[in-house]
Design a protein around this ligand. Structure first.
Ligand code: PLA
Length: 462
């Protein structure tokens, strides 16, 4: 039933302007919810039926993407958006990689069509993405043990894997780091996959609680999925050392767990695609079965193109074929098939030696700029803060984020007093910081750290 209707007599002409005050209540027939207003031959019928959506309450803003909305509404000149992890230039402008523009021009020149992709995505992309992850010529690829399908960036790829877990491993738990990227819990909740947490962050050292992590992974029921950030842990920026990764692999193997990597920052953390894939490759070398979700949002700056993949490494080619068929079966009723644009960009860039090296150079440039502002922020904090606080944790962190250790009250102070927008768990995105703003940010952090009310003991989780 339409919620409002305007009915006109067939011969009626619309008056130039309907003066609402002069509308008279007419006969609405037997429907008690409708009130008809009539002026001559023009009758307006207005529904006053309560909405069927009355029971739907207002959802809270997203703890990460909602920060950008609040930032936009702020009119202060000094405002700074360090919320979402999106790369900005030194002028704090979004950046489209030159190599992406090149690949797009090539697509236009070729006159690529817009036909549907197969459910599993673009074949050239799937090949390229698995090779970037494991290294071309890796035995898992040669022996066709990897089921790869294109996903809707990192998030959509995680969601596909979550659906596969829910369907084929009923009751199995996903064990995630505490803290983790805010959306992980939403993804598993929506997929109806139970999850629990392992210790990861030690607020005292603002470092890794490695013993806690190992103990909790050991403790998890055998055959659990252990969610690991391949590199540049979000939000902490704290990664295990290569030696610690070996121990993590040991305990996961011992307990027959299934590793589940989220690789959202390959090449963006260290500047090297291979270095950032070392953790994943260590597990592949051991012949383990595991999941890897990939994203090209950050390393190729393709945020809105929604391009990524889910890879399932299996112990046989036959298992990989079956797993892939089921991933496709999950994808088909969700979104049918993935978008082609970003997939073509990745395939073109990786498939062309010149463009591939140009990409690596631009990735290094982006990772390098983030490292430079990280250093400058640290230098500014050390020179301005006379309290003797040790800020060196900032330099130990890797990737686009710094986990400042600021609690909710202090983070609120950053935003309310200093117009610095950040997530309430104390995370700042250094990719949204310029050298020119480091001193201002250091002032904001020092003021918030020393002067804001300490009503939270530890940083909150999103
Ligand atoms: N996994 C991790 C660990 C991430 O940090 C992000 C993005 C994703 C997956 C998903 O990214 P994608 O779907 O765009 O590929 N995290 C961002 C953005 C950068 C976000 O929250 O969506 C962040 O600010 O944390």
């Amino acid at each position: 039933m339409a919620s409002s209707m305007l009915s006109l007599g067939s011969t009626a002409l619309l008056p130039r302007e309907i003066n609402k005050d002069k509308l008279k209540l007419g006969n609405s027939g037997s429907n008690p919810f409708l009130k008809a207003k009539s002026i001559g031959r023009v009758t307006m019928t207005v529904s006053v039926k309560p909405s069927r959506f009355e029971g739907i309450t207002m959802a809270p803003p997203d703890p990460i993407l909602g920060v950008s909305e609040a930032f936009k509404a702020d009119t202060d000149d000094m405002k700074l958006n360090l919320g979402v992890g999106a790369y900005r230039t030194e002028e704090l402008q979004p950046y489209v990689l030159n190599v992406v523009k090149k690949a797009e021009n090539l697509m236009l020149e070729r006159g690529d069509n817009k036909e549907y992709l197969p459910i599993e995505g673009l074949a050239a992309f799937n090949k390229a993405t698995a090779e970037l992850l494991f290294g071309a010529g890796h035995p898992v690829i040669k022996e066709q043990k990897v089921a790869t399908i294109q996903g809707l960036s990192g998030t959509g790829s995680l969601r596909l894997a979550a659906a596969l877990i829910e369907r084929y491993f009923p009751g199995a738990k996903v064990v995630i780091s505490s803290p983790t990227w805010g959306n992980h819990k939403n993804i598993f909740n929506d997929a109806k996959v139970p999850w629990s947490e392992y210790r990861y962050y030690d607020p005292k050292t603002i470092g890794l609680d490695f013993e806690g992590m190992i103990a909790d992974i050991k403790e998890a029921p055998e055959g659990s999925f252990i969610l690991l950030h391949g590199c540049a842990h979000n939000p902490t920026g704290i990664d295990p050392t290569p030696e610690q990764w070996v121990k993590i692999a040991d305990v996961i193997q011992e307990k027959n767990h299934i590793p589940f990597f989220d690789v959202a920052y390959q090449g963006f953390a260290s500047g090297s695609l291979d270095e950032d894939a070392a953790s994943v490759r260590l597990f592949a070398e051991r012949g383990m079965e595991f999941f890897v979700a990939q994203s090209y949002s950050k390393n190729l700056g393709l945020y809105a193109e929604r391009i990524g993949a889910i890879n399932v490494v299996c112990s046989s080619a036959d298992a990989a074929t079956r797993v892939k068929s089921q991933l496709k079966r999950i994808a088909r009723p969700m979104y049918s098939n993935p978008p082609v644009h970003g997939a073509r960009i990745v395939a073109n860039v990786v498939g062309d030696a010149t463009m591939f090296s140009e990409w690596k150079a631009e990735m290094e440039m982006m990772a390098g700029r983030i490292k430079t502002v990280r250093q400058k922020l640290y230098d500014s904090l050390v020179s301005k803060d006379k309290s003797g606080k040790d800020w060196s944790f900032i330099l130990k962190q890797i990737g686009m984020f710094s986990f400042t250790g600021l609690n909710k009250a202090q983070s609120d102070n950053m935003t309310n007093k200093w117009h610095v927008y950040m997530t309430k768990d104390g995370r700042i995105s250094l990719a949204g910081l310029s050298l020119a703003k480091c001193e201002y940010l250091a002032d904001a952090i020092i003021d918030s750290y020393h002067n804001a009310l300490l009503y939270w003991e530890t940083p909150i989780e999103l």
